[in-house]
Design a protein around this ligand. Structure first.
Ligand SMILES: [Zn+2]
Length: 174
């Protein structure tokens, strides 16, 4: 789903951002700070296969920093980037993939780490969001949701965009 969505709407996302991504990372967890984390596979899925062969996007790892023990609150030192990755971060437009968004503390902490390491921009692509009925702003969002996930709905335009005109959904033949 991630591969298809990002590939379909890549042009929309990148023209909205005004640049193309040229470095990739993911938000690690304290329990699994390395690339064995399942979200690493999701991050890899955002890379189109043709790009893999010709111009692989540089990747780098973040590691949990001193502020990573503070839950659900934004801290500037939640993540750190090792010196050896600096060249892959400095001046780059970094795509950060995360697998959950609750308060935004970890994704925003990741963006701070990336910017502190010298990135030109940081984009957070979150695969899922945790919603709660008892949080007013979440309830408003839940109430506004009609028909679930639709890959044709553009994350930039909020409706099926020009990029997906060539696709259509057909009922499965069973
Ligand atoms: Zn689109």
């Amino acid at each position: 789903m991630i591969s298809v969505m990002v590939d379909m709407h890549r042009k929309c996302l990148q023209s909205w951002l005004g640049h193309t991504w040229d470095a990739l990372t993911f938000v690690p967890s304290k329990e699994r700070p390395d690339a064995t984390h399942p979200v690493a596979a999701l991050a890899n899925a955002t890379l189109p296969k043709f790009n893999f062969a010709t111009a692989p996007m540089p990747k780098f790892l973040m590691r949990p920093g001193p502020g990573s023990d503070i839950k659900r609150k934004m801290t500037a030192d939640r993540f750190e980037i090792d010196e050896r990755w600096r060249q892959r971060v400095q001046g780059k437009h970094v795509l950060i993939v995360d697998d959950t968004w609750t308060t935004g503390a970890s994704a925003q902490g990741a963006a701070i780490a990336v910017k502190t390491a010298g990135a030109a921009t940081a984009t957070i692509l979150c695969i899922a969001r945790w919603l709660r009925w008892d949080w007013d702003d979440h309830r408003t969002l839940i109430d506004s949701l009609g028909d679930g996930f639709d890959v044709l709905r553009c994350p930039v335009h909020g409706r099926p965009c020009a990029a997906v005109k060539q696709y259509s959904v057909s009922a499965s033949q069973t």
